[in-house]
Design a protein around this ligand. Structure first.
Ligand code: ASP
Length: 342
């Protein structure tokens, strides 16, 4: 990875300080990546400093440093971006013990994946809050400015420490592990179907009611600081009548791992069963994840196939946890331990 002086120099070059006159406010670093929150329907995506500058009320709560990390729709996010984001967040907390928190503005399409990755790779307990919007900044009742203000209000809260990476939209606070984008259009799209919100951001205060008990951040075993790339894990979907050939084709590309998105309880089509066996035979670890958003895959329905079960982790997040597990071991017993832990 790049040497520290270069990272700091680049950060300084890209960052803008927005400080209220009498700022003894907590300091927050806002990393902007793009997404609808920075978009207009009638012009190109806005610069990070303009996005943040458009919400002067932020300065009532924090001394803000803005740094443009990227300017992309989140459908263009990649594991490479995740690695650099994790490095930048860890470096920011490492080099500045007084930094209260980090807010990341991000598109909503892959926000839950970036949040899940950072939840397992940020090595600090200070708040990291992802925020976005469902309406562009020039649309009527744009939700971006209020979401950004609420994200900063959460990031400066001591009560937000140790809660893992958070997602804040529509006055709701969600845990990175549990949150899903559940609606293609509406502002209340982020929900945690199984375990609900951790808290809310009300006009008068920020309230937390729960915390996530699965390990994250400072209790995570994953350290990606020295990695240039992540293992390549592909996802394949099972369906009624699937003949498995998509898995055979995948095996030819020698991925480091495969996630099968299959039916409830880890039950799968005959074609998928053949494909999983062939992949395991070829030495490619396979994780079986349910396409159903509620409940765990219990027991070990695929043990006899030599595959791993993802418990309650959905396919797109199971891919991320498998990538991280593969940075340590290709042993399926070890990978299963990871899925039983996180
Ligand atoms: N296309 C947008 C994205 O970047 C959608 C959004 O942000 O709501 O993910």
């Amino acid at each position: 990875m790049k040497s520290l002086p270069v990272v700091v120099l680049m950060a300084l070059l890209l960052s803008v300080q927005l400080v209220a006159q009498s700022s003894d406010h907590p300091r927050v670093l806002v990393l902007t990546t793009g997404g609808t929150i920075a978009s207009r329907t009638d012009a190109p995506m806005e610069a990070g400093s303009d996005l943040v500058g458009a919400v002067p009320a932020l300065l009532d709560h924090a001394a803000i440093e803005v740094e443009e990390f990227s300017r992309i729709g989140s459908s263009q996010m990649t594991p490479g971006h995740w690695l650099r984001l994790a490095e930048r967040v860890n470096e920011a907390f490492e080099s500045d013990p007084e930094l209260a928190g980090v807010v990341i503005t991000h598109g909503t399409d892959t926000m839950e994946e970036t949040a899940f990755f950072l939840n397992l790779t940020v090595r600090f307990s200070r708040p990291v809050v992802l925020v976005g919007s469902m309406r562009s900044s020039n649309e009527i009742s744009a939700d971006g400015p209020a979401n950004l203000l609420n994200a900063v209000r959460v990031a400066v809260r001591p009560a937000a420490r140790g809660k893992g990476v958070l997602v804040v939209l529509n006055e709701d606070i969600s845990a990175a592990r549990d949150v899903w984008k559940t609606d293609n259009r509406r502002v209340h799209t982020f929900r945690s179907p199984e375990f609900g919100f951790l808290g809310v951001v009300d006009p008068d205060t920020v309230m937390f009611y729960r915390t996530s008990l699965r390990p994250h951040t400072t209790n995570s075993e994953f350290d990606v600081g020295s990695l240039e790339t992540l293992p390549r894990v592909e996802v394949v979907s099972d369906y009624a009548g699937f003949d498995g050939t998509a898995i055979d084709d995948m095996i030819l590309r020698s991925p480091d791992g495969i996630v099968l998105a299959t039916f409830a309880g880890g039950r799968m089509s005959a074609g998928a069963r053949q494909g999983v066996s062939a992949a395991v035979e070829a030495g490619i670890p396979v994780v079986v994840s349910s396409r159903v958003p509620g409940g765990r895959i219990i027991g070990n329905p695929v043990g006899q196939l030599g595959a791993v079960v993802a418990r309650d982790i959905p396919p797109h997040k199971a891919r991320i946890l498998m990538m991280l597990a593969l940075t340590q071991s290709r042993n399926v017993i070890q990978i299963q331990r990871v899925f039983d832990t996180y």
